[in-house]
Design a protein around this ligand. Structure first.
Ligand SMILES: [Zn+2]
Ligand SMILES: [Zn+2]
Length: 190
């Protein structure tokens, strides 16, 4: 990076991913050649959190990480995606091919990486204003305070009350008590 150039979110993502990858390789003795590994960030990817491309001609693997996934996940989950893609890079470098088969599964388990590349578009929660003619909406991926205690917050547009929907189950609530009830009712499916 040269002087005066802004340190972008993309730079941050690549920097953190590189450091994590190096630690993982060191700690696990994973046979990945980090000098034959390139990193990229996709600002457009909407579904896949990560991908690994193999350039057989150069013997180089490129891990592409989605900026939106970085923005939406907490670091531990995002780090899991980095490890998942690192397993693909390992397979490509060692065997010239990669998939999600037994070999992948075993190595992913050893690194405590998820076996499958998660899709990340669907928010877990949608906030929706209750005022009749206001169509304010917001998406949340975690049970943040506005999700858990909607009675303590206000619609971002009109200042009215809003409700929260747990997208997968369709359950809604507008109070902290309602949140607790929905969470209890859903149990394992939460
Ligand atoms: Zn994968
Ligand atoms: Zn509103």
């Amino acid at each position: 990076m040269t002087d005066g150039e802004e340190y972008t979110l993309e730079d941050e993502i690549v920097a953190r991913a590189r450091i994590h990858a190096r630690d993982v390789v060191d700690e696990n003795g994973l046979a990945v050649d980090l000098t034959a590994l390139e990193w990229d960030v996709s600002a457009r990817a909407r579904r896949r959190a990560g991908a690994c491309r193999w350039h057989a001609d150069r013997g180089v693997a490129t891990i592409v990480l989605a900026r939106r996934a970085y923005e939406r996940y907490e670091w531990p989950a995002f780090a899991g995606i980095v490890r998942h893609e690192l397993v693909h890079a390992w397979e490509f470098q060692q065997f010239g091919e990669s998939g999600h088969g037994d070999r992948f599964r075993e190595q992913a388990a050893a690194l405590e990486a998820p076996r499958y590349c998660e899709a990340f578009t669907e928010p877990r929660y949608v906030l929706r204003c209750l005022t009749a003619d206001c169509d304010w909406r917001a998406k949340r991926h975690r049970a943040s305070k506005p999700v858990a205690s909607p009675d303590q917050y206000r619609c971002g547009d009109c200042g009215g009350s809003y409700e929260v929907e747990h997208v997968e189950s369709g359950r809604t609530w507008a109070t902290a008590g309602g949140y607790g009830g929905a969470k209890a009712a859903l149990g394992e499916d939460w």
